[in-house]
Design a binder for this molecule. Sequence first.
Ligand code: ADP
Ligand code: MG
Ligand code: MG
Length: 350
Amino acid sequence: AKLRVGLLFGGCSGEHEVSISSARAIARGITAPANGSKYELLPFYVQKDGCWQNIEVSQGVLDSGQPLNSEGGNRWCLPSSAADVDVWFPIIHGPNGEDGSLQGLLKLMQVPFVGSEVLGSAVGMDKIAMKMAFAQAGLPQVKYMAVSRADVWSNPCIFPKLCDRIEETLGYPCFVKPANLGSSVGIAKVKSRSELEAALDNAASYDRRIIVEAGVVARELECAILGNEQPQASVVGEIAFNSDFYDYETKYTQGRADLFIPAQVPTEISSKIQEMALQAFLAVDAAGLSRVDFFYVEATGEVLINEINTLPGFTATSMYPQLWQASGVEFPDLVDRLIQLAISRETAAK
Ligand code: ADP
Ligand code: MG
Ligand code: MG
């Protein structure tokens, strides 16, 4: 019998539309000639309000590529066909999809799923916890400070002192980020005290946990990881753009950023990045897949780790599948390997 793959997409985060695009590409991979005799696709679309749709409606969303505006349903009642799934392929980006919440639900179902478990997902998502894990693994990164919403909002005496400390420790420009988001949402590059104050206030509206980092002038390089206990690293790619930094608009406006695969950097730099990417993957206890992002300070030759993304963008033109294609793994094969990695992890646990 064919293995029934539950493709879970959409979701409550700001990356709802990206998730639909990723799911369309993965669905084509699951049903590709090479995989068609092995797998049966069962799509499940999660609306923006968190309600799950049945297979028929979900297939319609996959076909059209358009989010559904309908609302309502019972958030606690999954479609009955969810019980037929043999292995889940969750591709919901951002909070609730990539941060361990959904992984906890799938774990409770006792069905194998693609990607990291609860711990790896949560540590990979929270930029403060992630940086602590990287520091422990000896990975070089930018100087940073962890800040709480309470520091920003609750005590008018603490706030000016906090800003003083940030200025002394990190200087300008620095980056203010909500700890648990993605797609550059809520991130600001600040160059003055007034911008810092406004950015902290804004970041606090997104998250209780905030991170402030020293800004670097660097090229942005990325490496894809595939595997569980013995992960493999892909060739290294570069993202180039003209905006001030890789913000939301640059990420999702067609033609604003270019991918260069493989990146034109010295071999020792790409080898170092592959090595660091593997260490980062193990440091947060990721599984299956991740994309690890770096800053390459060309002037000094320094390589700093920026972040790990445990459920990276997976559209046909996204960096993750393109890096694997350039490394000799075609899209349908990549999808197949990820599903097999999910199953082998589950088998190993027994
Ligand atoms: P996200 O998880 O939302 O992608 P990132 O931490 O990767 O957040 O930041 C988004 C972008 O902001 C980066 O790709 C980079 O262009 C810029 N950026 C973030 N932090 C720094 C930094 N410390 N120095 C320079 N640029 C930064
Ligand atoms: Mg990220
Ligand atoms: Mg990023």
